[in-house]
Design a protein around this ligand. Structure first.
Ligand code: NOJ
Ligand code: CA
Length: 556
């Protein structure tokens, strides 16, 4: 079997990723092919037709991002990697992986892997060697530091998942750094041997046919080499993520433990390797806890000038707040900052409350969700749909007994963790476990209120809205690459334009539960709004009327 990209011959442009629609799969929760309760790679293969069957069937997705499936003790469900060049037996084998790439490419779906290069698992051979003494060949592969004279950790840095970011290792009589769990020791990116080893990991997957990487916590690679204390956050300043006040880390500005200016040099190093393969792409996870504008500025810094990341994954739309003004500000500020870079958007992921619950959208939940999804697919920038958004997956109210996520276990009940957004995909309302497997208890309960068969049977479901919109995107180049211009922001309504040399499109949305009527400064020639959408806008006597949570797309 060949993993070459022959399937894309003639149809592939170097910047395919700018017009592609991505879909994030959390493999543990997508489909369980061998009925052990855990989703796996064969399960993903079995369900590829749902995403795109290559012949116009399925949603019409162009690329998948798969959360990690590498060998892992699963302390953080795969974000703790113990071998970067293999597949965890929970998920399958390298043969399964090759088959997945082959079957995806056959359907013109590109494959993006999630590389966790900031930290490995403490069970990785590199760390097992590094920890035994200060002289072994991997002694400097992680971030080791002496205790303070009183035996305390070297500085005040805290871990994202609770406690100090340092754990003491008696064999070395030193502490090691871990920005996340103690089971996730940070690699020492300043060591050229480490960088070379990681470059080999990148090449390993590139040679197996992968089309790009999502880079986990790509702004954490560098740290202050003087190990200075992080400053305390001044009272009254607001960290970005909602509900994080319960985490003591939010009391500090993480100036020295992440977001170091020199981090970009490590990204330049990676970019040179990515450029060894034609048409390769990368999406770095870049989030600042210093507020909305900081996070957008930081993301933009990583994607300008063509020598950094291809795209930076932003947290800006993972907010609890969502209204016309917020949306307009995020998009406008991004456009202002990003210069020659390319934006990347998503509304949910495996780390945050499901959008339909998070935006607890007045009395119009599905309407609001559909409007948001259509806006996502109308913005300048690459959209990433999170698995389950096509069936309006909701946040599941996890109980203490059902908890699996280390974050929830550590901070329960103030922070309930991320299990609620990682439920098994509901394929079939009539089947056991909603069709996720054939009956063995799934690792998290299969309990979404809507299943795919029901969504497919209902003409106005998000499934049909997305599917139709992806077809519209394919035939309207301005939606893919057109310039963005804000036309108006009036109360609850946001109107903008996407424009290429040959086409101008107008997009409008109403974020409220009231009807609105707007006088447009442009004449709309043709209504292109997906017919499946329930809350569609319409033009009458040169006014656009937008119902509650309404969306409109028109040709000018
Ligand atoms: C970000 C990932 O998205 C999250 O799931 C993980 O826990 C942390 N990085 C640590 O790798
Ligand atoms: Ca399985």
């Amino acid at each position: 079997m060949s993993n070459s990209n022959n399937f894309f011959n003639g149809s592939l442009s170097e910047d395919w990723w700018k017009s592609a629609v991505f879909y994030q799969i959390y493999p543990r929760s997508f489909c369980d092919s061998n009925n052990d309760g855990i989703g796996d790679l064969r399960g993903v293969i079995n369900k590829l037709d749902h995403l795109n069957d290559g012949n116009g069937g399925g949603l019409g997705i162009d690329a998948i991002w798969l959360s990690p499936f590498f060998p892992s003790p699963q302390a953080d469900f795969g974000y703790d990697v113990s071998d970067y060049c293999d597949i965890d037996s929970d998920y399958g084998t390298l043969d399964d992986f090759d088959k997945l790439v082959f079957e995806a490419h056959k359907r013109k779906i590109r494959v993006v892997l999630d590389l966790v290069l900031n930290h490995s698992s403490d069970q990785h051979d590199w760390f097992k060697e590094s920890m035994v003494d200060r002289t072994n060949s991997k002694a400097d592969w992680y971030v080791w530091a002496n205790p303070k004279p009183n035996g305390e950790p070297p500085n005040n840095w805290l871990a994202v998942f609770g406690g100090a970011a340092w754990t003491y290792e008696p064999l070395r009589e030193q502490y090691y750094l871990h920005n996340f769990l103690a089971e996730q020791p940070d690699l020492n990116w300043y060591n050229p041997e480490v960088r070379e080893a990681l470059a080999e990991v990148v090449r390993f997957w590139m040679s197996r046919g992968v089309d790009g990487f999502r880079l986990d916590t790509a702004n954490y690679y560098a740290y202050d080499r003087q190990l200075r204390d992080n400053p305390k956050r001044p009272a009254g300043s607001h960290p970005l993520e909602d509900g994080q006040e319960a985490n003591p880390l939010s009391g500090y500005i993480t100036k020295y433990s992440k977001d170091r200016p020199e981090n970009i040099e490590f990204i330049h190093f990676l970019r040179k390797i990515f450029d060894e393969k034609a048409n390769f792409t990368s999406i770095g996870e870049i989030g600042s806890s210093e507020g909305l504008e900081e996070t957008l500025k930081l993301g933009a810094d990583y994607v300008r000038h063509g020598d950094g990341l291809h795209m930076a994954y932003t947290f800006a739309m993972l907010s609890k707040e969502m209204n016309a003004e917020y949306f307009g500000h995020v998009v406008g500020f991004t456009e202002q900052m990003i210069e020659d870079g390319w934006p990347c958007w998503s509304l949910s992921n495996h780390d945050c409350t499901r959008m339909v619950t998070r935006f607890n959208c007045f009395a119009e939940r599905e309407g609001f969700q559909q409007m948001m999804l259509l806006l996502l697919l109308s913005l300048r920038g690459t959209p990433i749909i999170y698995y389950g958004e096509e069936v309006d997956m909701e946040e599941y109210p996890i109980t203490k007994e059902e908890l699996r996520d280390p974050q929830g276990i550590r901070f329960w009940p103030e922070i309930k963790g991320r299990d609620g957004c990682r439920l098994p995909f509901p394929w079939d309302s009539a089947a056991p476990n909603q069709g996720f497997n054939t009956g063995k208890k799934p690792w998290l309960p299969a309990k979404n209120s809507l299943s795919l068969d029901q969504a497919q049977a209902y003409p106005e479901s998000s499934y049909h809205v997305i599917k139709e919109m992806l077809k519209i995107r394919k035939t309207n180049p301005a939606l893919q690459k057109g310039k963005f211009r804000q036309i108006l922001l009036e109360g609850d309504c946001f109107v903008f334009e996407r424009k290429t040399k040959d086409q101008t499109l107008l997009i409008a949305a109403n974020f409220s539960t009231e009807n609105h009527s707007i006088k447009l400064p442009l004449k709309v020639e043709k209504d292109l709004t997906p017919g499946a959408l329930k809350h569609s806008g319409s033009i009458k006597n040169e006014r656009l009327s937008l119902p509650a949570c309404g969306y409109f797309l028109g040709k000018v």
